[in-house]
Write a new protein. Structure first.
Lengths: 713, 513
């Protein structure tokens, strides 16, 4: 894995009264163990990858507790695993990136929510919304509403997050419904501390198995006729039970204050931002006391009508603060007020933006608008709003002086094995013309950025081949689908390959076989050299494809640009109909470097022979046209001022971070660029033979080279 | 709401994925909590960790927790005009923080590295697409309450550390935090990874920041072209008679061409410049025209061919430079593999014109010109590799008899003639024409593309202007914008568009004649 949590894992052992310090997502992991879970699992994805990575590194600790860990092949299998809690008093937790993961899991979730659960079920959603997000911007909230699952959205503060995990299981058991807890990106990575409790052994687990045979209970199936009674159960029993629990346990907070005629209803995850905005307007203090009453919804769904009414009663207006659309909470509050015939005015979207993250800027603007609109008695509304305006007015002059800063999107790492494949695609397209490229989720989606700008659609993880199914028949040239090994195992195998073969599709599929789910931190895959325990997985993509009946299959070393573009041309030109698969084989360079660096360091210490490879550019020969960069975009291939006083364009140069993957040479060769690239190999701890050879060469070259033709200035 | 309370110190760290911003943040948090200050950090790494822009945000209450009356509620995101310290590992990321409104004259201390890590869009430009660093620095100076600008990349290199350690040092050195340097060092030690190099980087950053960023050592040069190049004395007399602004360029040109070919060739260079010199005086360019033409002429006369490549590759100076760049210790063996792939045209360019034209004609008929290449990888540090390159370099004596040589000289004469003709009309026009030479550079496709673009601009703009079919002012602008367009995209779309627009505008005067 990209990051080792061996150190952090120790925090999971903390006992009662000890202080846990660390990231939010690690706190969740500790809270799961304090809650006596029987099983955990999930599928990696920012911002919750760490949760799984930590569990993997903590396997022996959770093993002692008898907790079963499953690193699932996708979110659907993770959600389905929760089925264990339908019939048995087993507490289980799974995690994934939302919205996308929840979409993948949706079918299992519906079929879990309908019969309901006996053991507590908690789903930790990494709400990938706003700055730093990598997926379509939608709310997970809708899933809670449509399936009658409950949604917790805790204050981004470790004690509250931990409490919500623990109470979440109880809420689930008290109402027999699955509970989701959403954590936004910054909340997953927020650091803090909380007082730990001792880890709890589950009542039933690998250590203490359930006695007796499983009971047969038709009511626990998601199958007619019971689905109809289950629908009624959801509304008649589970929903009221959940509301009762939320009210009795005070999951939501009321921040009382001196101003009475207005208030703010805010989702727990956004409350720190609101309090800071208020503090900047001198309406709140360092400790979260506020002059405007605030109703904090740590339980985002369901709303508790009694609480909403009690809060709004006697207020002229309230502001609802919820990120993204639709404005579910605002709507629900309006409905409650109608039912209670309360005339409190509800502001929300409009004062605040309909779309996009609620940054400090958005919140300041929203609060100013709210105050101007509602003019609460007892404060200098205009003065306060004006102060907010003044703060925000600082931005435009700054923008004016610095100008429009171009974006810096993520890029393939130095030496990435996927970059050369896109160089090859570019070269192929030069000859055959542009082709439809259906892209996928994974590091390879960076090819949609400069310098490659390749990719016409992204339909989801492992969906590239399926999303090209109807493109091929409508075009002269075969479409190319690009898929990572992550996407392949996530669902590309069935959704894409099987479907294409079954329908006699005709297209090209490139599978990036780098050995890990790399974008999310190099977690292991079915086709990884080894699984998390170090044992070989025994699964390979090539075997799998052959057994499915793929006839046209080539495996090409991904760094061989010339060969790759040749193979691509064959695949594009071949008269043979049917799916043509090219496996681009090259280990993730991040993972490789982590291993190789250590090996080389130890070798060097032991005085063993090590050859260090690095590429370079002759700046006198480089023409400053940069076509090499347009075909690679390697972070280690960059620019420097032209040392030639007669030329002004900057020349290409290779910086120290070069790992010697050889792409620049390959590209210069395959694309017939300038001859300015060279590969240098330094021999550390040379053998006697190395030295002799070197000296001999030096001497002989010296005879001629001493007065060899001089170079131009 | 209770009475007066300390205001949290807000710190925004702007870095690139892979620079260790997470570790840096952990060091700061560890040091602060060691001293009992309430502190909270968060970040948005995601996939941005793959060399993209990424930020980390820290809030620190400058009073020990035990002295506070409760648990502070800290924010997870920076606020416009609410950041006390911005710490940026790279100049454009510093600029990005300014653009976000996080650097304001009322409170922000900006600690930024002056080093640039270029964006792909900057690097891939066909000429010079680099963002103006001066503008970024000016913006920081104008927007920040105080600023410390240091080349942190250079410091990291010299101290053998990662840039994040240097950044920590600069933060400690700025003296805005209630945390002594010792506490940060302790955090590095407690972390236990690469302690020595991290401490070295930390101290380098600390010292530099304490001197208020005096340590702005810029990228170390490679020691070439620092001394004013001398040219053989036989030329000095003539050069001395030239207008002052042109002398240094001409001197470099002469030296370059002697090395490239021989003294006779350098003499030809000077001879060619005499007509330009006259033109310069005639149009009153004050030596500018001579200087610019001399610059481009020297480059054009020393056009890139296999021979020159070989010359460069066997240059002992070059070998020494590579050794230095790689940090090769004396006597340590190293090899240098060269990637050469001359095509049919490069090969023919060395043959006598008569033969070359026939072969090329045949090649084009069979469509071989673009497909026929001889790929070779040779080790210039091996005897055989060196000798082969040396043999190629030795062809220098033969060069003047070669096909390419004749073609180049013809093209050069044509270009010079245009400049002289343009100078009769205006200095600006002549300068624009001269500047067009920069389009013609490189090898293979690059060279073809450049030459074709030059031809286009000559035929569709320069000639019409000389023939007065396009008015002078719009003509001068047109040449400049066409040149920019020619360097906008390799597919030549921008140039096509530019020329089309131009013809629409100039349509009227043409009709008027």
């Amino acid at each position: 894995m990209e990051r080792s949590f061996k150190k952090e894992v120790q925090a999971l052992k903390l006992g009662a009264g000890e202080t846990f310090r660390g990231e939010g997502i690690l706190a969740v992991t500790k809270a799961l163990l304090q809650s006596g879970v029987s099983y955990v699992g999930g599928y990696q994805g920012a911002p919750v990858s760490h949760l799984l990575d930590v569990l993997v590194d903590a396997e022996e600790i959770i093993g002692d507790l008898g907790v079963h860990l499953e690193t699932c092949t996708n979110e659907a299998s993770a959600a389905a695993m929760l089925g264990a809690s339908i019939n048995y008093p087993l507490r289980g937790a799974v995690t994934w990136k939302s919205i996308v993961g929840t979409n993948v899991a949706a079918d299992a979730l519906s079929n879990l929510a309908s019969p309901g659960v006996l053991g507590g079920v908690l789903i930790i959603l990494g709400e990938d919304y706003g700055e730093g997000a990598s997926v379509i911007q939608e709310r997970s909230y809708a899933y809670a509403m449509k399936s009658s699952m409950w949604l917790l959205d805790p204050r981004p503060d470790l004690p509250t997050i931990v409490r919500m995990v623990e109470e979440g299981f109880e809420l689930s058991e008290a109402s027999h419904a699955p509970v989701m807890m959403e954590l936004r990106i910054r909340a997953c990575h927020v650091t803090g501390e909380f007082e730990a409790k001792a880890n709890r052994r589950a009542d039933f687990s690998g250590n203490n198995r359930i006695a007796g045979p499983p009971r047969f209970e038709y009511g626990r199936l998601a199958h007619p006729p019971v689905i109809f009674s289950q629908e009624r159960l959801k509304l008649a029993e589970r929903l009221p039970a959940a509301r009762r629990f939320i009210r009795e346990r005070k999951l939501n907070e009321m921040i009382a204050s001196d101003l009475r005629d207005v208030g703010i209803i805010v989702l727990g995850g956004l409350v720190n931002g609101v309090l800071r905005a208020l503090a900047r307007l001198e309406l709140a203090d360092l400790y979260g006391a506020s002059r405007i009453p605030i109703y904090v919804l740590n339980a985002a769904y369901p709303l508790v009508p009694e609480e909403v009414r009690a809060f709004c009663a006697g207020k002229r207006a309230v502001l609802v603060v919820e990120e993204g659309s639709p404005d579910y909470v605002e709507q629900a509050v309006n409905v409650e007020l109608r039912r209670a015939d309360l005339q409190t005015r509800v502001l929300g979207k409009g004062a605040l933006p309909h779309a996009g993250e609620y940054t400090s800027e958005a919140l300041l603007q929203g609060l100013a608008a709210f105050l101007r609109e509602t003019r609460p008695s007892g404060i200098d509304t205009e003065g306060i709003a004006a102060r907010a305006d003044a703060m925000l007015a600082r931005k435009s002059p700054a923008l004016a002086v610095v100008g429009d800063i171009p974006a810096r999107p993520p890029n393939f790492c130095t030496g990435c094995p996927e970059r050369p494949v896109f160089s090859a695609i570019k070269l192929m397209q030069r000859e055959l013309g542009p082709t439809h490229i259906s892209a996928d989720i994974g590091c390879h989606s960076f090819a949609t950025f400069a310098p490659f700008s390749l990719g016409n659609s992204i339909l989801g993880y492992g969906m590239s081949l399926a999303s090209a199914a109807a493109v091929g028949p409508a075009m002269d040239r075969r479409p190319i689908a690009v898929m990572g090994d992550g996407g392949f195992w996530h669902n590309g195998l069935v959704t894409g390959v099987a479907s294409s073969l079954f329908n006699k599709g005709d297209g090209v599929l490139i599978i990036m076989q780098n050995g890990y789910a790399s974008a999310t931190g190099q977690q292991y895959l079915p086709s990884s050299a080894a699984n998390r325990t170090g044992a070989p997985t025994g699964m390979t993509i090539e075997q799998t494809l052959r057994s499915l009946g793929v006839k046209w299959l080539r495996t090409v070393r991904s760094y061989s640009v010339a060969k790759m573009s040749r193979t691509l041309k064959q695949a594009m030109r071949s008269d043979e109909r049917g799916l043509k698969v090219i496996i681009a084989d090259g280990e993730c360079q991040l993972a490789r470097q982590r291993r190789v660096r250590v090996e080389e360091a130890t070798k060097l210490e032991r005085g063993e022979r090590v050859v260090r490879v690095r590429f370079g550019v002759d700046d006198e020969i480089c023409s400053g046209d940069h076509s090499c960069i347009r075909l690679s975009g390697c972070p280690s291939l960059t620019l420097k001022p032209n040392p030639d006083p007669l030329r002004t364009d900057p020349v290409a140069t290779v910086i120290e971070s070069c790992v010697g993957c050889g792409l620049c040479g390959e590209v210069a060769h395959a694309a017939v660029l300038c001859p300015s690239f060279y590969r240098a190999e330094i021999i550390r701890n040379p053998t006697r033979w190395d030295r002799t050879l070197h000296r001999a060469r030096q001497t002989i070259i010296g005879w001629f080279g001493g007065r060899g033709a001089e170079a131009p200035a | 709401m209770s009475g007066p309370q300390p205001r949290p110190i807000t710190i925004l760290i702007a870095a690139l994925g892979g620079e260790g911003g997470g570790v840096l943040t952990d060091w700061i948090v560890a040091a602060a909590s060691q001293l009992g200050f309430p502190v909270q950090s968060t970040s948005i790494p995601g996939v941005a960790q793959r060399t993209g822009a990424t930020t980390y945000y820290i809030e620190l209450v400058p009073a020990p927790a035990r002295e506070l009356s409760g648990r502070p509620v800290l924010a997870l995101a920076p606020g416009v005009a609410d950041v006390d310290i911005v710490l940026a590992s790279e100049l454009m990321e510093a600029g990005r923080a300014v653009a976000g409104g996080f650097v304001t004259p009322d409170r922000t201390l900006m600690i930024a590295s002056t080093a640039r890590s270029y964006l792909v869009v900057e690097k891939m430009a066909m000429s010079d697409g680099r963002y103006d660093s001066a503008r970024l620095i000016a913006a920081i100076r104008q927007q920040a309450q105080a600023h410390v600008l240091i080349d942190m990349a250079a410091l990291a290199k010299t101290s053998g550390a990662m840039v994040n350690a240097v950044m920590l040092g600069t933060l400690a050195g700025c003296g805005r935090l209630p945390i002594p340097a010792a506490a940060f060092e302790a955090a590095i030690r407690a972390d236990g990874k690469a302690v020595e190099s991290n401490l070295a980087g930390f101290r380098a950053g600390l010292a530099a920041a304490q001197q208020g960023g005096a340590g702005s050592a810029h990228a170390v040069g490679d020691g070439r072209d620092r001394v004013e190049p001398r040219s053989p004395s036989e030329f000095e007399r003539e050069i001395a008679t030239m207008p002052v602004p042109a002398r240094d360029v001409v001197r470099i040109g002469v030296r370059r061409l002697v090395a490239y070919q021989d003294a006779a060739y350098a003499r030809l260079y000077l001879h060619r410049l005499t007509s330009i010199r006259a033109a310069d005086e005639h149009c009153g360019a004050g030596g500018r025209l001579l200087r610019e033409t001399a610059r481009h002429l020297a480059v054009r006369m020393s056009y890139e061919d296999v021979i020159r490549v070989a010359q460069v590759k066997i240059d002992p100076v070059r070998r020494a430079r590579i050794a230095a760049e790689l940090g090769v210790s004396p006597g340590e063996p190293f090899t240098v593999t060269e990637f050469l792939k001359p095509g049919l045209e490069e090969m023919c360019s060395l043959l006598p014109p008569a033969l070359a034209t026939r072969i090329l004609a045949a090649g084009t008929r069979r469509g071989l010109t673009d497909r026929l290449h001889w790929g070779m990888q040779l080790n210039s540090a091996s005897v055989s590799g060196f000798l082969r390159l040396r043999a190629l370099a030795a062809l220098r004596r033969w060069r003047p008899k070669s096909y390419r040589f004749r073609e180049e000289q013809r093209a050069i004469e044509g270009w010079l003639a245009l400049i002289v003709e343009a100078a009769r009309i205006s200095a600006e026009l002549a300068l624009e024409v001269a500047e067009c030479a920069r389009l013609i550079k490189g090898y293979g496709d690059t060279l073809k593309r450049g030459t074709a673009n030059y031809a286009l601009i000559e035929a569709r703009i320069i000639r019409p202007v000389l023939a007065r079919r396009i008015s002078l002012p719009s003509g001068v602008d047109a040449i400049a914008s066409a040149r920019t367009a020619a360097l906008a995209d390799p597919e030549g779309e921008a140039l096509t568009r530019c020329l089309a627009e131009l013809e629409q505008h100039s349509a009227l005067p043409v009709a008027a004649e």
